[in-house]
Design a protein. Structure first.
Length: 319
């Protein structure tokens, strides 16, 4: 049953990536719309978990600490994602994200949980890493090569890997609350943290707007309506206030709820050194197929080899 949960989780993760692509095409990405997406998604997840749990929430110190860690990592992860869009290739960012989510729990499971390590798992891990890198190599010829971009990618690697370790350690903790309560606590805290970040950004934007007006008055030049609007929170939030964008945002929260729930249910008993690499491999293969079927993308020979290799690598974790 636990491996069935993994299969369902992979399907919902792929669906999540698909909905996210539709959302990104509908809404211009900036800090405000990005944080709004986090808040609406988290509110959707929290509400769904509350309903599924019969409007009851269990609390423990262990789960509160784990939920706060998860929430902090989630907000940082989303902030990093927004910055990566400014500095470089999103495909490489996704690769670092998945590598972290796969490598950290693999090492954690083997080193700290004393999970059994086999030659097939080691080979599978090495090959999967290779094919993940191969898939994104050369995808963008206009990538901005910078130390800052490399730092962001490494941070994404660490943050997403830490998320996997935090969730796994919570699920096997005897003092942990039920999974639905944990997700409710996690996403409630995420809303709070995102609102704090949002408030700080709004305050800074207001100061910038006042400084712009003062400079314009000192130079006796009119303030550009376009520039003035772009620095305000409401001005940046305008693309979000479309029925299609709101519907996609809520849909994203629904599929995220299902995917995360099944992943955490599986994490209670499936070894971390197996679950997370298998999920990564499955998402790579199915996401590529979805991009061809839904978005009519054309795969290069290199990408086809990488996807086939990722599939074979994932199978090795069964031995």
């Amino acid at each position: 049953m636990d491996y069935f949960f993994i299969a369902i989780a992979v399907l919902f993760c792929v669906l999540q990536f698909t909905v996210m692509q539709f959302y990104q095409k509908s809404v211009k990405q900036n800090f405000v719309t990005g944080m709004t997406l986090v808040i609406v998604n988290s509110a959707t997840v929290a509400l769904i978990m509350l309903c599924l749990n019969g409007f009851k929430v269990s609390v423990s110190n262990a789960s509160l600490i784990a939920a706060l860690e998860y929430a902090c990592l989630l907000v940082v992860y989303n902030l990093l994602g927004l910055k990566v869009l400014e500095f470089g290739n999103v495909a490489a960012y996704s690769m670092f994200m998945m590598l972290g989510g796969m490598a950290f729990p693999f090492v954690y499971g083997v080193a700290f949980l004393k999970e059994q390590i086999t030659a097939c798992k080691i080979v599978g891990m090495v090959l999967l890493t290779f094919f993940m890198i191969l898939q994104v190599t050369g995808k963008s010829k206009n990538e901005k090569k910078s130390v800052l971009y490399a730092v962001f990618c490494i941070c994404v690697f660490v943050v997403n890997g830490s998320v996997s370790v935090v969730t796994k350690s919570h699920q096997i903790n005897p003092e942990a609350v039920d999974t639905k309560s944990y997700l409710f606590l996690t996403h409630s805290m995420t809303i709070g943290l995102a609102l704090i970040v949002f408030a700080v950004y709004a305050a800074i934007a207001k100061i910038k707007k006042s400084a712009e007006r003062k400079t314009a008055l000192d130079e006796t030049q009119p303030v550009s309506a376009e520039n003035s609007e772009s620095v305000t929170v409401l001005g940046q939030l305008k693309p979000f206030f479309k029925p299609k964008a709101i519907l996609l945002c809520i849909s994203l929260g629904v599929v995220m709820s299902a995917g995360t729930l099944f992943l955490l249910l599986a994490a209670r008993s499936v070894p971390a050194s197996v679950q997370y690499p298998v999920v990564s491999g499955g998402v790579i293969v199915l996401s590529a197929l979805t991009s061809v079927v839904v978005f009519k993308d054309k795969l290069s020979i290199r990408e086809i080899i990488a996807i086939a290799g990722a599939f074979v690598s994932t199978v090795l974790f069964a031995f």
